[in-house]
Design a protein around this ligand. Sequence first.
Ligand code: G
Ligand code: G
Ligand code: MN
Ligand code: NA
Length: 253
Amino acid sequence: LTLEKELRQALKSHQFLLHYQPQVDHLGRVLSVEALIRWQHPEKGMISPAEFIPIAEETQLILPIGEWVIEEACRQIRRWDQQAVPVRHIAVNVSSRQFRHAGFVARIRHILAETGIDASRLVLELTEGCVISDIDDTVEKMRDLQGMGILTSIDDFGVGYSSLYYLKKLPISQLKIDQSFVRDIAVDPNGAVIVETIINMAKNLGLNVIAEGVETQEQIEFLQAKGCLSYQGFYTGRPASADSFGRRTHPAA
Ligand code: G
Ligand code: G
Ligand code: MN
Ligand code: NA
């Protein structure tokens, strides 16, 4: 079977699942989670999205898969609401091809209505490459999304095209500092300067900023001292199933 056929089969027989990684504030409170897809293959076991998302993107399969991710994320936040697990926002990764699709905004509107989730609970993570690839289409879509109350985050910020032009042109809510810069904080003075610069730029533009790939207390201390108060990484919580996540979540204040 080709991987494409297997992916099609996987959708039909419900072999995909979502793991969730917490995004915490400087007091360790979980503000939001990022949904990360996994493929529970009947023979090969758990397959990372790094292996199959590129193939899904080459084929049109990223459209139904991406849609399933948003649906399932919305259903999960509803379950957490019912269990009084205090997760405010759920972030999903959107691939470029999915975002460029003409029906993208309409599908999200439909999914929110169908699952009864308020748009303000949803964060869409878009990469720099995605947003600048057709800036006019991006502006239109992001304005529609913002109008609905959906939040948007620029994923892997700093490693893409580094065109800063789009930052003032687009209605963006958040910058996610790429993990390669966060990793460099302790070892590379230039890395530390880059992180500090991104934090200051986000602040000056009125954007929220979160650091990803946080693995040490030392990194958190640096980030906090520079004014970045949101963190995601193995240090504050690995991606895990919805159930284990609920138990780890702090009770509502
Ligand atoms: O979770 P993990 O570190 O294995 O993810 C590897 C890559 O797959 C990351 O770049 C992540 O953004 C991407 N990814 C994870 N889940 C999704 C998804 O639902 N949709 C898309 N398009 N990419 C995803
Ligand atoms: O591209 P994106 O940022 O969506 O990718 C998220 C990926 O980063 C996931 O595959 C997740 O497993 C991984 N990840 C999350 N936290 C850490 C971390 O602290 N260190 C490393 N190396 N990877 C991480
Ligand atoms: Mn992401
Ligand atoms: Na990222």
